[in-house]
Write a protein that binds this ligand. Structure first.
Ligand SMILES: C[S@@+](CC[C@H](N)C(=O)[O-])C[C@H]1O[C@@H](n2cnc3c(N)ncnc32)[C@H](O)[C@@H]1O
Length: 241
């Protein structure tokens, strides 16, 4: 059942392509989704400094995004359900000669205890993780449990118009905005080739508590950018809709 379906070569700006195995069967995580390609190639643009940064990928599937981050110098933990661990380890092994940071695979089921993943990482990466309703609350809990004030969550998703997808997407972003500030990364900041009008990357930070010293809370214009993980000029300033 778990025979190799086909390998995928994900080209890189410098050096050999990533070699990613996919599976014929085993659920949605067994293939590389377009959102993963877009996010992996966005990381290569250099918009986010990754060298020596602590990175956690949620719902990593094949590990394409996290492994790309590790080739850019990040120390990465790619996470997914138990059934994806073997595929993650195969892909880590296949690409270990390209990794300049580090990369390991771990089980992380959304909503469950995340103590072992503390302290909060510099980045959390998510590609195509918003797709079924029952996962929304657990996924949001995991994001809240894992993020610190300086954690940057990069969430890449394909906007789908079929079935319940638009409702799920809307609900996810509504719930998310209770605790987080969102900024859409403009399309012209994505990789020139690996971009698409219907695939979005959203940069997400925790809202800061409102205090006398910070009367605006974590509103975009009032944000303390003393250590931005994505330099503002490279980001664009679209508000998220
Ligand atoms: C559509 S796939 C995307 C895989 C990969 N990020 C990509 O874009 O190629 C969604 C991923 O989320 C994972 N996932 C779904 N529910 C999950 C849960 N409750 N906890 C952890 N991972 C989950 C799946 O196993 C799958 O790998």
């Amino acid at each position: 059942v778990n025979e190799i379906l086909f390998g995928l070569g994900l080209e890189r700006r410098s050096g050999p392509a990533l070699r990613l195995e996919q599976r014929a069967a085993g659920g949605v995580g067994c293939v590389v989704w377009d959102a993963a390609l877009v996010l992996a190639k966005f990381l290569e643009t250099g918009a986010c400094p990754l060298a020596r940064r602590h990175v956690l990928e949620l719902g990593a599937g094949t590990g394409a995004v996290g492994i790309m981050a590790a080739t850019l110098g990040a120390n990465v933990t790619v996470t997914d359900l138990e059934e994806l661990q073997e595929l993650l380890m195969v892909n880590i092994e296949n690409n270990k000669h390209l990794v300049t940071g580090s990369v390991r695979a771990k089980v992380l089921k959304w909503g469950e205890d995340v103590t072992e993943f503390q302290p909060p990482p510099d980045y959390i990466l998510m590609a195509d993780c918003i797709y079924y309703e029952e996962s929304l609350e657990p996924l949001l809990k995991t994001l809240k449990d894992l993020t610190g004030p300086d954690t940057c969550v990069l969430c890449c998703y394909e906007q789908r118009t079929m079935g319940k997808n638009p409702v799920i997407e809307r609900k996810y972003f509504e719930l998310l905005q209770r605790d987080f500030e969102l900024e859409k990364i403009p399309l012209d900041r994505h990789d020139e080739e690996y971009r698409s009008e219907d695939i979005h990357i959203v940069s997400i930070h925790r809202k800061r508590a409102v205090s006398p010293q910070n009367p605006g809370g974590f509103g975009f214009l009032g944000r303390d950018l003393k250590a931005p993980l994505i330099p503002p000029p490279a980001m664009g300033r679209d508000t998220f809709h």
